[in-house]
Design a protein around this ligand. Structure first.
Ligand code: KE4
Length: 429
């Protein structure tokens, strides 16, 4: 595979960008080799600067659920940008976005647009702290909520990928306010709340963990967390930056029938443009400036071009059968991968939830962080490159989930399974 132009670009990038990238997980550090540079993308495919074409199971880490460069999204952006790129005063599309999200996610009585998932989650815990007057927050090992200081304690995604323990730059006094729990452990959660529940401002959780690979909640676990937060007066925050509008039209909270107090969003609601949002109970959201004293702001929040891309994407996902198709395709892919691995004598299991999935090099069912970290990472690394050279781009990390779009059809999934059949055989030798 010719990667000459990517190599030349990466050499230049490394001189001026830390690690040659603008986000660590893109750097291929945990799988080895060098990242390719994208030239363009369309539908389920991404094409690099050397002309290599890959079936893309990352989709910009989640936003591209309707496929890359969807004509309706591009047209919406083109129509809006002719009127100006940013105003710094309210625009009608912000209202339409607020009406759309609050209609699709009933727990969100009010919403505030920001520019990334990180902004959404750090605003949500500031709100939880301000509204309760408490300082402690609870997160889960392996969960990632963006790079806000309070979240970089036992975090997933790039921190797990790069093996960074609790990173420099976060004052111990602040890090000590973040308590961590093992995901899917009922007793540990009960014990922590019994000990310090009255000091907990909020509990933030990825309802389906997508940053320690893909780990689904055990039966009743999310409701258990809901009950604990209610009992102790802590704010339950569902971080749906990844699961929102991906695992169901109403997100994981709709899939599992849980009502959080606050939710955070990103990725899909921007359709590929920089967008995040947080929302929830009206009595909480009204405490955000300027209607209340808890401050949060953003120059480009609610930007008309970003709103146009997000709204066009949110329109596409409301098509009849959109999620039924994604659910079917996700099972088709994961069943095919498990069968290919078994035929090659390679121990692989998958976790899956409509349009997101995880591939684990183990024969165990993975339902917690420890299991996820005990998989055969070297085998994954070999498999990753075996798939890449066969035109299939999986997440360059054993600790990231994979994503399907509505543009992944039989051709793409069958090619992926056939490539996996060969790559598993290679990784087994
Ligand atoms: P951003 O600030 O990257 O827009 O969102 C942070 C975030 C918050 N919450 C969840 C559940 C998330 O998954 C993320 C970001 N996800 C990673 C992928 N695992 C983004 C990829 C990257 O860091 O480049």
């Amino acid at each position: 595979m010719n990667t000459e132009k990517s190599h030349e670009l990466f050499s230049r990038a490394k001189l001026l960008l830390p690690g040659g990238v603008n986000s660590p997980v893109r750097a291929f550090k945990s799988v080895g080799g060098e990242p390719f540079f994208a030239a363009r993308a369309e539908g389920a495919y991404i094409i690099d600067v050397d002309g290599n074409r890959y079936i893309d199971y990352i989709g910009s880490w989640g936003p591209m659920i309707a496929g890359h460069a969807h004509p309706k999204v591009l047209q919406a952006v083109s129509d809006v940008m002719k009127n100006g790129l940013s105003f710094g005063v309210p625009n009608a599309l912000e209202v339409t976005m607020a009406e759309t999200i609050t209609r699709l996610v009933p727990s969100c009585e009010m919403i505030r647009m920001v520019n990334s998932g990180t902004e959404a989650t750090l605003s949500a815990i500031r709100l939880a702290r301000g509204a309760t007057g408490r300082n402690k927050i609870v997160k889960f090992e392996g969960c990632y909520h963006g790079h806000g200081d309070s979240f970089l304690v036992k975090a997933g995604s790039g921190m797990l990928t790069l093996g960074i323990p609790d990173p420099p730059g976060v004052p111990k006094e602040l890090a000590d306010l973040t308590l961590t729990l093992p995901f899917n452990d009922f007793d540990a959660a009960k014990k922590l709340f019994e000990e310090v529940g009255k000091d907990i401002a909020g509990l933030i959780v990825e309802p389906i963990v997508g940053n320690a690979n893909c780990i689904l909640p055990k039966e009743g676990y999310l409701q258990y967390l809901r009950n604990l937060c209610t009992q102790y007066g802590a704010i339950l925050i569902f971080d749906e930056v990844m699961t929102g509008f991906r695992v169901a039209l109403g997100g994981a909270q709709a899939r599992y029938g849980i009502t959080p107090d606050l939710s955070t969003f990103g990725k899909i609601i921007g359709g590929g443009m920089p967008v995040g949002a947080y929302g929830g109970r009206r009595d909480l959201m009204q405490q955000i400036a300027p209607s209340g004293p808890i401050y949060q702001a953003g120059t480009l929040s609610g930007n008309p071009v970003a709103m146009a891309a997000g709204l066009a994407t949110l329109d596409l996902i409301q098509a009849p059968g959109f999620y039924e198709n994604l659910e079917k395709r996700t099972h088709q892919l994961c069943d095919g991968l498990e069968n290919a691995a078994r035929d090659a004598g390679v121990a692989v299991t998958t976790n899956r939830s409509c349009a997101m999935f995880g591939l684990f090099f183990t024969d165990k069912h993975v339902d917690n962080f420890t299991d996820a970290t005990q998989c055969d990472i070297p085998a994954f690394r070999k498999f990753f490159h075996g798939m890449l050279k066969r035109g299939v781009y999986l997440a360059p990390s054993a600790y990231e989930a994979g994503f399907l779009s509505s543009m992944h059809g039989d051709i793409e999934i069958n090619h992926t399974i056939e490539a996996a059949r060969e790559a598993f055989l290679e990784s087994a030798n």
